[in-house]
Design a protein around this ligand. Sequence first.
Ligand code: F6R
Length: 608
Amino acid sequence: MCGIVGYIGDKDINSVLMAGLWRLEYRGYDSSGVASVIDGEMEVRKVKGRLMNLQELLAEKPLSGTVGIGHTRWATHGEPSDQNAHPQVGCKNMIAVVHNGIIENYYSLKEELVKRKHFFKSNTDTEVIAHLIEENYKGNLKESVSKTISRLEGSFAIAVICTEEPDKIVVYRYGSPLTVGIGKNENLIASDIPALLDHTKDVITMNDGELGVIEKNKIEFFNSHGERIEKERKRIKWSAESLEKLDFPHYMSKEIHEQPQIIKKNIELKIKGNEFDFGVNFKFTPKELANLSHIIIQACGTSWHAGYIGKYLFENFARIQTEIDISSEFRYRNPVMDGEPLVMAITQSGETADTLAGLREAKAKFLKILSLVNVRGSTIARESDSSIYLEAGPEIGVASTKAFTSQIFQLYLLSLYLSKLKWTMDGSEIKKQIKEIKKLPQKMKKIIEKEKGIKKIAEKFKDAKDFMFIGRGINYPTALEGALKLKEISYIHATGYPAGEMKHGPIALITEGSPVVAIATKSSVYDKMLSNIEELKSRKAEVIVIGTEGDEIIKNLGSDVFYIPECEENLSPILSIIPLQLFAYHIAVLNGRDVDRPRNLAKSVTVE
Ligand code: F6R
């Protein structure tokens, strides 16, 4: 949700800022802009639309200078336009600000500033920051930023440059992520690590309430009391190559194909014989976990779907009552959190504002927090008592794919571990489960190798206007996820339902030719699914079935059938989601959609 970058050093400012923005484009792509100080003047280039527009503008009118900031926007306040693009400047063109987040009290601040004769050029909340810093400036940028942030309410990460002090970038973080990259004779800042990796792997993650003064050869941090603080420097493991698309046409395609490898890596890291190893950040003792009264999972979007699958797993295997909630609901509904629950936050980015707020809500009640998170060092990882990393590598495609299957994998392992601690499963059953898990990468690979088959089905249905996705039991959340994948990247309406619910209303929508995707793999609810498919067929729906290899019955039921390898029912979502991801992908491509950058979306949702 908006990406910010900053650079101070001797490299070409245009290419460094642009390269950083390309890496952050997944955070928003409504408009973009950059600013630098050239011969004591603030130079700003900004433009509505995709980053390519900014690249073209910079090719025509490049910047120079040794200090610069940049921004790629996901619009909150003010429509996407040239004026509303960041950087925003004050009246005197002396201060330029890029901002990720929301200033909630910007109306009153703007009113105040207008009364004091400030002239506003945009409809953004961000512009008030530039005017306030300018007004507070008395020869010290750090002081004027400090004074300004004490007036701001909301969540924000900002980077500020000033014509009077072209040797520094002042940054501040409260509620939105910000990382500093440490180079040689140069330093950088960015909303996310990928924007730094081309230059350095040494980073410092800022915490809420911290202010940084970034110079070419010096970095200083200050806490909320204005005291200087020392901060830990970390070395990032991700390589710059892992951020490339390689030979794939889209990141989404690359990330779907990476899934077998990611599960294999997770198996190697986390299964040691018949024991589980969740890594050094998993700090709960077996005793603590054995005494849990229940589990509360809260997450958003795809991560919520994974959490829903987790509910089935924890209840099925470990017999632990599990609640699943959407974070934006959880945080405002005053949930009962009595007893000794474990509160889980599931998140790819580790920065989702609602999930973070839910976590903080639970923390304020002194509950145990476990996060399943992909991005190391992210806010949610840092604020949790324990974390399990997804080990999925950077996920760049806006539609989450590989993080989802890895989330299910972690939930599966955790539910087996809890079963062991709670004695709901014996050693031999766990051994059997582990054997099944180890077969997953090969089975996933086999599905991906049949991509052409799913593409053919996509070709047949590419012009449909409405889809339903149905499943039962543990594949009901898979149906929800399949529908989400399709709608978010193809813009075709799609809804997921528990198959048994169709007759309670949604079946009224079925007419001749209505496409329905049904997950009917071999399971305890297989016969029930067959009946539900029959009900749809009698109303002349076109049923696309995801079935288990060798199932001849399903062949005659579905208009189209895509087979996946046989597997343990509780593991099946990891397999059954893959054809649905591929189906969504191919329909979107066939409809000419911008698969990696679907409209109105951003990868990291750092606003409420
Ligand atoms: C959909 C998608 C989103 C995210 C959601 C939560 O493909 O990616 O629904 O799952 O915004 O994001 P994280 O997992 O980063 O908390």
